[in-house]
Design a protein around this ligand. Structure first.
Ligand SMILES: Cc1cc2nc3c(=O)[nH]c(=O)nc-3n(C[C@H](O)[C@H](O)[C@H](O)COP(=O)(O)OP(=O)(O)OC[C@H]3O[C@@H](n4cnc5c(N)ncnc54)[C@H](O)[C@@H]3O)c2cc1C
Ligand code: SF4
Length: 329
């Protein structure tokens, strides 16, 4: 690993100033992803701006719901009473991720920003358009296309990149209509979670819409428009300490056997949490039966295109959606 300077910020404005002062800088929060990336030689910053002491680690009620500070630890958020009472889906997803030790370090902002687990991205001896966008564009710049691609995307992939977003938390936040709060040199802006992460297109080096001179300061969870129940279903190779092959975050309100409100987001299948509000809208007013759930699943997966090694994910995702909705019911 290359030598680097470490500077500490006490306030968000200082963090932004310190980041813009040096040439190759990165914020470091819990360090659970960034330090690995530095060890593998994928990131080699000259300066790390330690943001772990910023006063952004609380979970508090707001007029419209709950705000979670970007530096709140995943383990603290998962047991916070506001979250377990009002947004148990988020608590469940957080507890499905990583291990207790990692969750004690991992922050909400860092989790939003964590990078893909594509094997080729971490192996600097192989081509990768995400790690090295200048090398060559298209399939020849991607080790996974034509390589071993069991964990890769079935939705929204491009001819340059078929990576997935590995986070559990992001899937729940997508289903909960979360809003990412961002501070930059020219002020603050809010980005709905559904628009925060992006599809790879021909710029797979960009995982999300955050600019390099911006800091995530919080995540807002709006109070759901209708009371309902929720469930996070994660399918993985081991029962713990493994990333999702497929995951499903569901919220649903049912009255007299009819779906009144529904939100579904899929993880492990695309470069961003996969959500299709048009499909949810069509499901409202339908009977809450297995036949409806299966039809919803088919519509969510209608554009799925498997890679050589991951066709199993389509049926797995369909069944996981149905199982998740049945569990909520
Ligand atoms: C072995 C292992 C297993 C794991 N398993 C899972 C799993 O099953 N499910 C899952 O969801 N995750 C899993 N993770 C990932 C883990 O959740 C992430 O590493 C963690 O959430 C990252 O948070 P952090 O605070 O440590 O981020 P850091 O490593 O500190 O930072 C990550 C990135 O985010 C940027 N960043 C951090 N905070 C901010 C901010 N406020 N504003 C702007 N940029 C910011 C940093 O500059 C860096 O680029 C696993 C990780 C490991 C190592
Ligand atoms: S799928 Fe994306 S991250 Fe993986 S090797 Fe290809 S370009 Fe890189």
């Amino acid at each position: 690993m290359k030598n680097f300077d470490l500077v500490q910020a006490d306030q968000p404005a200082d963090a932004l100033k310190l980041k813009s002062a040096a040439s190759t800088t990165r914020f470091i929060a819990g360090g659970t992803n960034l330090v690995d990336l530095m060890k593998y030689g994928i990131e080699s910053p000259d300066t790390l701006v330690d943001i772990s002491r910023l006063p952004l680690d609380t979970v508090a009620k707001t007029a419209t719901g709950v705000r979670i500070g970007a530096l709140a630890r995943n383990s603290d958020v998962a047991v916070n009473k506001l979250i377990t009472d009002q947004f148990p889906l988020l608590a469940q997803a957080l507890l499905a991720g990583a291990s207790p030790q990692l969750r004690n370090m991992a922050t909400m902002g860092g989790n939003l920003m964590q990078r893909t687990r594509c094997y080729y991205f971490y192996d600097t001896s192989t081509p990768c358009n995400k790690r090295n966008p200048q090398s060559s564009e298209g399939p020849s710049g991607c080790g996974a296309i034509g390589g071993f691609n069991r964990i890769h995307a079935i939705l929204g992939a491009s001819s340059s990149c078929i990576a997935t977003n590995p986070s559990d938390m992001n899937v729940a936040l997508s289903a909960l209509d979360a809003i990412v709060q961002i501070q930059g040199p020219n002020g603050n802006r809010s980005v709905p979670l559904i628009d925060f992460h992006r599809l790879p297109g021909n710029t797979p080096q960009r995982d999300n819409v955050l600019e390099t001179n911006e800091l995530i300061v919080g995540i807002d969870l709006p109070t759901p428009r209708m009371a309902g129940k929720s469930h996070y279903q994660k399918v993985r190779d081991r029962a713990s300490y493994a990333f999702a092959l497929v995951s499903v975050a569901t919220r649903m309100a049912v009255e007299n056997g009819t779906i009144r409100d529904i939100q579904i987001a899929l993880g492990g299948v695309a470069h961003k949490p996969w959500r299709m509000p048009a499909v949810e809208k069509q499901a409202v007013g339908q009977p809450a039966t297995e036949a409806t759930f299966r039809e919803v699943a088919r519509q969510l997966l209608a554009e799925a295109k498997p890679q050589k090694d991951n066709a199993f994910k389509i049926k797995l995702a369909e069944n996981t959606i149905v199982r998740s909705l049945q569990t909520v019911l």
